[in-house]
Design a protein around this ligand. Structure first.
Ligand code: KG4
Ligand code: ZN
Length: 347
């Protein structure tokens, strides 16, 4: 018997739909579609919640029809319907939640409310090869920076997190200070790469590596962003293109050093020799390199979530839904919880 989960994600600025089919042998096949709202929000320098909700409404039905058509799956065949219940923007969450509930009611399918962060933590399992449990997950997104021991599906032990800005937020805000468009992560990485082919400017600073030597897994990135602001202010007018690539490079170096040290610190303390990285910032090529060499040195197996599943997507929600269904976890259906403090998962 195969299991078929249709999943929706609309917590922020991506409308995403996925269909996950697990066949009788346990092989997983995923069909997914996504509409990114980046261009819609770019002129405002950040996500405008009302525009986000309206755009989710505009796309969710078409994306669903495309996914069902591509996979050749009629709604009657579904085993369950999963959706992101939170955290996220209230109006945006309501779109996937209402859509899922309407389909569930009409076709009499069980509903599974999924925590967005659980989706990210399990997205590492979509890598090839995938990490066996337990693994340490470095979850680095636009809204969260946390390190968990993932002991099994539904068993998440939080070891540390950022006390202030998330890593992605620090990328986005630093990028904005250098005039890059929102969201700035990828643009900042591209800018940093230019530093390799430029002569270094006369004044080259080293940016702070906040809390690098605190003995726990706590982090802080708002001071790093402020240090970028000070450096940007000192760049003489007209010389931005000679200086900014170096600022971007130093920023990346500082943030990667902290994330790497903290993640490997949790691997050491928890005695779990497997590390997975997930969330939008896990796309960063420089960070991937730094982690790769540190993990090779310390003989830790490193797993990268596939690029397409690092940023928000519905495949990870479908996968979390599959585990909920298998474990018959309390559904928590017919609910959304948009509270921003709903930000950690625990066993
Ligand atoms: O996981 P995600 O889609 O959203 C949240 O759940 O928050 O992550 C989005 C974040 C943004 O801050 C974006 O700038 C960052 O991921 N990001 C990157 C890169 N690509 C996306 N940060 C650094 N380097 C990248 N290449
Ligand atoms: Zn996310």
């Amino acid at each position: 018997m195969s299991t078929k989960i249709l999943a929706f994600e609309s917590s922020c600025d991506e409308t995403a739909v996925a269909l996950l089919i697990r066949d009788a042998q346990g092989a997983i096949q995923i069909t997914h579609r996504l509409n990114s709202q980046t261009a819609l929000h770019a002129p405002y320098g950040g996500v405008v919640p009302e525009l986000a909700s309206r755009d989710h409404i505009r796309h969710i039905r078409t994306l669903t029809e495309e996914v069902l058509a591509e996979s050749g799956t009629p709604l009657e065949d579904l085993s369950a319907i999963a959706y992101t219940a939170g955290p996220g923007l209230a109006g945006a969450l309501m779109v996937a939640s209402a859509f899922a509930q309407a389909l569930g009611f009409a076709y009499q399918k069980p509903l599974i409310a999924v925590h967005h962060l659980e989706g990210h933590l399990l997205s590492a399992l979509l890598s090839e090869p995938s990490p066996p449990f337990p693994y340490v997950a470095l979850l680095i997104s636009g809204g969260h920076t946390q390190i968990y021991a993932v002991e099994g599906a539904g068993q998440y032990r939080l070891w540390g997190e950022s006390l202030d800005d998330a890593a992605g937020e620090a990328f986005d805000k630093s990028a904005k200070l250098m005039g890059l468009p929102y969201p700035g992560g990828q643009a900042l990485e591209d800018l940093a790469r230019q530093a390799q082919n430029l002569p270094p400017p006369s004044v080259l600073r080293e940016l702070p590596r906040p809390m690098l030597y605190s003995k726990d897994a706590m982090m802080s990135f708002s001071g790093l962003k402020t240090a970028v602001w000070h450096w940007v202010r000192e760049v003489p007018r007209g010389q931005e293109s000679a200086h900014y690539p170096f600022i971007a490079h130093q920023f990346q170096e500082a943030i990667a050093a902290v994330l790497c040290q903290k993640a490997l610190g949790v691997c050491a303390q928890s005695a779990i020799r497997r590390l997975a990285i997930c969330g939008g910032v896990a796309k960063n090529g420089y960070l991937r390199q730094v982690l790769q060499s540190a993990c090779a040195q310390q003989k830790i197996d490193l797993f990268f979530t596939p690029m397409e599943y690092c940023t928000d997507n519905a495949a990870m929600i479908a996968l979390a839904g599959l585990y909920h269904l298998e474990q018959a976890r309390p559904a928590g259906a017919f609910s959304i919880d948009p509270h921003p403090a709903m930000s950690t998962l625990s066993i």
